[in-house]
Design a protein around this ligand. Structure first.
Ligand SMILES: CC(=O)SCCNC(=O)CCNC(=O)[C@H](O)C(C)(C)COP(=O)(O)OP(=O)(O)OC[C@H]1O[C@@H](n2cnc3c(N)ncnc32)[C@H](O)[C@@H]1OP(=O)(O)O
Ligand SMILES: O=C(O)CCC(=O)C(=O)O
Ligand SMILES: [Zn+2]
Length: 472
């Protein structure tokens, strides 16, 4: 059972002191952030002070960084539909779009209306919902697709074409001259309809850098709203992402979107580095679903960016909705939320080892960079195992309203460890032991170190319980 759900968590005070920093930077299409993030530049001294209090905050050297000034392009309904298990009917698509909108993502990207008749109808239906998020659809760099896309009512069109030699040879078979000519035609056409247009090179990290920069510069000059870099095969590492985005930042004036696959587990780190280098938009999907192992997960990205600037992330997104959205999508594609998922994983806020438990109970910031309450969740301190310590047990004793001295609690803890060496003890087992211990002390039948007396009392309690479960 999920430890967050069993109501046994130990209460903790929360004196953590996260402080935010304001570092705006060189992105040309910058929009005003919240909490003054977009415009003010703090003094170096203020930044140094900030850094002392929160080592995860942005640094003075991060002048390009957009880690506190970004937009999410949520692609569960496009990239996510490419996940092997995904089949979204219209009702499910609408439920997901509404949930993402309520969460606060800035864009929702939908499957190409050229994919099928139902995909086109669904795209139109979602455009008619009147959501706050802008609706995009994703098409090949081809006029046939563009003509269908602009008729659906979308706020923008994401255009993509492969630029690596692999894709030029084995996918569409077109050279850079043809790609550039078609891109110009498609971009001008979409722009003529008064909606946003983005141009992206598929497989950017295996494409020739000169080809890339040259086509991005061309589309920037004709007024594309965004250019996109795609790590289509998940081959890039954070440093490569940083370098490419930073180079591109100095070449184009439009916004920069990144789309990062997770084949080597780099997708969140790569997204963070892209923002550090000046990217403005990050593609995500719920639980990261997409082709193969998918892309940057929404929840993981939010966790990473919250660690950097909690106030900014809290002000933009309805964080307690994350669990609901992940459950909705997990159910729709028939998977479980992974146990190690950031924020919503089974054990994301469970603390176990005695050393951790003691410190967490004194101050949650000792071992938590994310505050569970900001995500509508609770922390849990696990006690009934051999790694437990007397401080954690003491906290439970106090919660149960029992009066025991520290020596008595240490004695009871030794018994918990002895039992937990055989099998993990549930919270109920721990509570029973503590109650038996307490009543033994109260009645005078037990004193510290009287192991046999404690065993006798525990055996008696177990027998009574087996004879009459309700009374015990
Ligand atoms: C990396 C990504 O995830 S990109 C997004 C992937 N999304 C999709 O594929 C959307 C779902 N796809 C579909 O429904 C279909 O593949 C369609 C409707 C797009 C095309 O279907 P078909 O016409 O039957 O072609 P098919 O899928 O076999 O092959 C892709 C075609 O698009 C061409 N093509 C591939 N990528 C591009 C591109 N980015 N821009 C322009 N043309 C492209 C290929 O050359 C091929 O053309 P061909 O008909 O001359 O062989
Ligand atoms: O349009 C894009 O930027 C990315 C397309 C895509 O899904 C990919 O390249 O993996
Ligand atoms: Zn992709």
């Amino acid at each position: 059972m999920c430890p967050h759900a069993n109501g046994d968590s130990l209460a903790t005070s929360d004196p953590s002191q996260m402080v935010q920093v304001d570092l705006s930077n060189g992105s040309q299409n910058k929009t005003n952030g919240v909490n003054g993030h977009a415009n003010g530049v703090p003094s170096v001294k203020a930044l140094q002070e900030q850094q002392k209090r929160n080592p995860y905050a942005a640094r003075a050297s991060d002048l390009l960084s957009n880690v506190a000034n970004f937009k999410i392009i949520e692609s569960t309904l496009r990239e996510g539909e490419q996940f092997a298990n995904a089949f979204f009917d219209t009702k499910t698509k609408i439920a997901i779009a509404k949930a993402l909108d309520a969460f606060g993502v800035e864009y929702i990207e939908l499957t190409s209306p050229a994919a099928s008749e139902q995909s086109r109808r669904d795209c139109e239906a979602i455009c008619k919902l009147g959501l706050k998020a802008k609706i995009l659809t994703h098409i090949r760099c081809h006029m046939d697709d563009a003509r269908i896309a602009v008729e659906t009512g979308v706020d923008g069109v994401d255009v993509v074409i492969g630029t690596s030699s692999f894709l030029r040879e084995f996918s569409h078979g077109k050279d850079m001259a043809y790609i550039t000519k078609t891109a110009i035609e498609v971009i001008n056409f979409v722009k003529s309809k008064g909606i946003e247009v983005r141009f992206s090179s598929e497989d950017s990290f295996r494409s020739d850098l000169v080809d890339l920069l040259s086509i991005y510069q061309t589309v920037d000059r004709i007024g594309v709203n965004r250019v996109g870099i795609a790590d289509t095969v998940g081959c890039a590492n954070p440093r490569q992402v940083y370098d490419l985005v930073r180079t591109l930042r100095s070449v184009v004036s439009c916004d920069i979107e990144v789309h990062l696959h997770n084949d080597t587990g780099m997708a969140i780190a790569n997204a963070y580095c892209a923002l550090e280098a000046g990217a403005t938009h990050i593609d995500t999907s719920v639980l990261g679903i997409g082709e193969r192992v998918g892309i940057t997960p929404l929840g993981g990205l939010v966790a990473c960016l919250y660690a950097s600037d909690p106030e900014y992330v809290k002000s933009k997104y309805n964080l307690p909705m994350l669990r609901e959205i992940e459950n909705l999508v997990a159910e729709a594609v028939e998977v479980n939320v992974p146990f190690m998922n950031p924020i919503t994983g089974y054990c994301a806020f469970t603390h176990k080892a005695g050393i951790h438990a003691k410190a967490i109970l004194n101050n949650p910031s000792t071992y938590e960079i994310l505050k569970p309450e900001d995500f509508g969740l609770t922390r849990y301190v696990s006690i009934g195992h051999r790694l437990t310590g007397w401080n954690a047990v003491k906290s439970r004793v106090e919660q149960l309203g029992l009066e025991l001295t520290d020596d008595e609690i240490k004695d009871a803890t030794a018994k918990i460890k002895e039992l937990a060496d055989v099998r993990t003890q549930s919270m109920d087992d721990v509570d029973s032991l503590l109650r038996v211990y307490h009543s033994g002390i109260q009645s005078g039948e037990l004193a510290v170190g009287q192991k046999e007396a404690l065993d006798r009392l525990l055996t008696k309690h177990r027998e009574e319980r087996e004879a009459s479960p309700a009374r015990a």
